[in-house]
Design a protein around this ligand. Structure first.
Ligand SMILES: Nc1ncnc2c1ncn2[C@@H]1O[C@H](COP(=O)(O)OP(=O)(O)OP(=O)(O)O)[C@@H](O)[C@H]1O
Ligand SMILES: [Mg+2]
Length: 252
């Protein structure tokens, strides 16, 4: 599976979810590759990498130079079973053009699913060529959202983009689900937002949420996945439950 985490709204738990899904799958013996298309470079921090990668060892280099072999770009991380192709934090992309299917072609050419069981792509909080490239390359999209009004608007905008890419560019793209994050079941606003989106997109697409849990932010700052940093925390429980439900979905 090549899974893209996407929401053009910022701060919706995309990178936190990428890092913790990758680390949990890796700890279960899966071979996982994280690709960080977001030039903020946050995925590297969450996976415990402390140095800046050379510009030519990044995924943004590959977009600009599509003949670069993808196999030369990944590196091991501190998390068992998890490799990373990092972002170029100097990349702005303004005014640049590259083929939107370049990443898709590079992953196919490098036979990426021969080396990894799961590839997870983190994306920037924008609707630009990077996000569309990630959706062209993926077999599934997961949309983390914060359950309030603007989070709902962001999830709906993303869904429209998903249908456009699935119709025009990548017919094998599927919607894995919508994931409420920083969820607080005591808040009526959160419950109502989740219910409305579940009615619109189908209850089966609405995944059990990840609660608001400060341990997730602390773990990230320490470069550790939540199941290592605070294994009994609400965040660790919720991400474990999430991979179980995704595993069940995949086997159907
Ligand atoms: N469930 C949660 N409970 C509490 N804090 C969280 C939770 N999930 C994420 N956070 C925190 O919220 C902030 C935003 O999360 P994150 O960086 O994962 O979002 P993002 O969607 O990747 O952001 P961006 O759009 O900037 O890439 C971070 O400080 C993170 O530690
Ligand atoms: Mg992020």
């Amino acid at each position: 599976m090549i899974l893209t985490l996407a929401n053009r709204k910022g701060g919706t738990g995309k990178t936190t979810t990428v890092v913790n899904l990758a680390a949990l799958w890796g700890s279960q013996g899966q071979r996982v590759l994280v690709i960080d298309l977001d030039s903020q470079g946050h995925a590297a921090i969450g996976l415990g990498l402390t140095y800046e990668p050379a510009a030519n060892a990044t995924i943004h280099h590959l977009l600009r130079h599509p003949d670069t072999p993808v196999n030369a770009l990944w590196q091991a991380t501190a998390c068992e079973g998890v490799s990373l192709i990092p972002a170029d934090t100097r990349f702005s992309g303004h005014g640049e053009q590259w083929p939107l299917t370049g990443l898709q072609r590079a992953l196919a050419k490098g036979d990426i699913l021969h080396y990894f069981d799961v590839v997870i792509i983190d994306t920037p909080p924008t609707q630009d060529g990077l996000l569309i490239s990630a959706m062209c390359a993926a077999s599934a999209v997961l949309v983390p959202f914060v359950p309030h009004h603007l989070g709902e608007v962001g999830a709906k905008q993303l869904a429209r983009l998903f249908y456009r890419v699935a119709t025009e560019q990548n017919p094998s793209l599927g919607m894995l689900g919508l994931l409420p994050v920083m969820f607080d079941a005591r808040l009526q606003l959160h419950r109502q937002t989740v219910d409305r989106l579940a009615r619109q997109f189908g209850q089966a697409r609405m995944l059990a949420g990840v609660r608001n849990n400060i341990k997730l932010a602390e773990a990230f700052a320490h470069g550790l996945p939540i199941h290592c940093y605070a294994p009994r925390s609400a965040g660790a429980q919720d991400y474990r439950a999430l991979i179980q439900s995704l595993g069940a979905k995949n086997s159907h």
